[in-house]
Design a protein around this ligand. Structure first.
Ligand code: GLN
Length: 477
């Protein structure tokens, strides 16, 4: 029986001849088959994955040098281009669309001999916090199937949670990697804005979007990050900074200066057990020789509104390209002119939440409202960036809950979009300021559900973020 613990252990077993890539792929294909009710995958590339595994086994047995992700079985979110494979953003408007090229992150994975086993379900165009807004239907949390896995990268999170692949990719515009990781009890990493190329990532809100990694442990997340990060001539917003070999430096046990914002732990929306768990953790971190300081944060109630104004504005512009002319869904209703043709295609092709956001975004950008909403939200963003710079001039890391509650019950928040948006209170900060964040699965609630702690670092300081994460994982209950 195939058992997986980490990329390191797996690759050791491969080189010692104790397992093969084929065995790994077969194992995951059968697990995916047995977990169909979770609805985590929307496409599985069974034959292709087996062929690729066979080729890798041959290569390794022939004594050739092997790639850094040799044989690693990876699933990807349905918003990341993989050439000649289906890509739909879980939307009716992209039904039957096939990628014409691969995202740079995917090219990098393939170069290092990873095996992409399939495409994971998500919220339509990555808009949502529960993975209930998908043309393929909702995804279930494998720990409690009456609960959501979180979103928008719910399928990718469940794929790792339920052992349907080794690691997976998601995207995080406002928490879509960290929050589902929190709800599913796994590691979810959102790197600095501009650390990983966005070439080939379907745009939701371009100044926020970033590809992220789900894994069972910090070492696996680090290994994937160091392969997919780095300069790319196809994305002008990606950084030229060299990428460190994070995984090689994880064992260093430095002492860090942590800060946390008092208001985040006193917020009325925060579950008591989560607050208590984090307060105890703070003591443990102190006892371990790190510094932990409480700071005050005056902007907590402004971050969710600022996030939803700016991202819907960007989304309304980004999603204007889906008009049914060159590709995507086209209505069969007759149209008298081009405007009506667009209306039919877009009204029928997009789901409810996406339409709500396009309308909201169009509104906040419209004449007469632009200054009151969009310009003001930009000012809030600037204030947050300044605050962040100030904090990181004295501290290495910020501690925060990942989510105010454990995974919601299915349907619990679907009729109340505002309540759903407000639950993003702790994750949108990192996207508004472009800093890296990670959710670590340290706790278990008395209701049986997992929850995590979030840590954030200065832009491009993924190294400290991951080193501290490795140490914090020792406190896992
Ligand atoms: N829940 C947030 C939203 O709906 C996050 C989405 C994301 O990170 N893609 O916008």
């Amino acid at each position: 029986m195939f058992e997986y613990t980490s990329i390191n252990q797996y690759q050791l077993a491969l080189t010692q001849g104790k397992t093969t890539c084929i065995e790994a792929v077969r194992h995951y294909l059968s697990e995916i088959e047995n977990s169909k009710q979770l609805n985590a995958f929307v496409h599985v590339f069974a034959d292709e994955a087996i062929q690729k595994a066979a080729a890798l086994d041959e290569k390794r047995k022939a004594g050739d040098t092997i790639g850094k992700l040799h044989g690693v079985v990876i699933a990807i979110k349905d918003v990341i281009c993989y050439k000649d494979h289906p890509l739909t953003a879980a939307s009716g408007i992209l039904k039957k669309f096939t990628s014409l090229y691969s995202a740079t992150a995917i090219e990098n994975l393939l170069q290092e001999e990873a095996i992409i086993i399939g495409v994971c379900n998500c919220d339509e165009f990555a808009m949502g916090s529960t993975n209930e807004n998908s043309v393929y239907g909702k995804v279930l949390n494998a720990i409690d199937e009456t609960r959501v896995p979180g979103g928008s990268s719910g399928g990718s999170a469940v794929a790792v949670q339920a052992g349907l692949c080794m690691v997976s990719l998601g995207s995080d515009t406002g928490g879509s990697v960290r929050q589902p990781a929190d709800f599913c009890g796994i590691v979810g990493l959102k790197p600095t804005y501009g650390r990983i190329s966005r070439y080939g990532l379907i745009a939701y809100a371009s100044s926020f979007d970033q590809i992220g990694v789900f894994a069972g442990n910090v070492d696996d997340a680090s290994k994937v990050l160091e392969i997919i990060a780095g300069a790319d001539e196809y994305d002008s917003t990606v950084s030229q900074k060299p990428v460190e070999t994070y995984s090689a430096a994880l064992k260093e046990t430095k002492k860090f200066r942590f800060a946390y914002f008092k208001e985040t732990l006193e917020h009325p929306s925060l579950d008591n057990e989560i607050a208590n768990g984090i307060n105890k953790l703070i003591e443990q971190i102190r006892n371990d020789g790190h510094e932990v300081t409480a700071l005050s944060f005056e902007y907590l109630d402004y971050i969710v509104p600022a996030y939803y104004i700016l991202t819907t504005a960007e989304a309304s512009s980004n999603l204007s390209r889906y008009d049914g002319v060159r590709y995507g869904y086209r209505s069969s209703k007759p149209s008298i002119d081009l405007t009506e043709f667009y209306k039919h295609n877009r009204s029928e092709g997009f789901g409810k939440e996406v339409k709500r956001r396009i309308m909201l975004g169009t509104f906040v950008l419209s004449t007469g409202y632009y200054d009151a909403y969009f310009a003001k939200a930009q000012k809030v963003r600037r204030k947050l960036v300044e605050k962040t710079e100030l904090v990181f001039s004295e501290f290495d890391l910020i501690l925060m809950p990942t989510s105010p509650s454990v995974a919601f019950k299915i349907g619990e928040k679907t009729d109340d979009p505002i309540a759903m948006y407000l639950a993003d209170i702790y994750t949108v900060f990192a996207n508004l300021t472009g800093i890296p964040g990670i959710s670590l699965p340290l706790f278990k609630h008395s209701n049986g559900m997992p929850f995590g702690i979030q840590i954030m670092a200065k832009q491009f300081n993924e190294l400290s973020l991951l080193q501290a994460s490795q140490q914090l994982m020792e406190f896992k209950k």
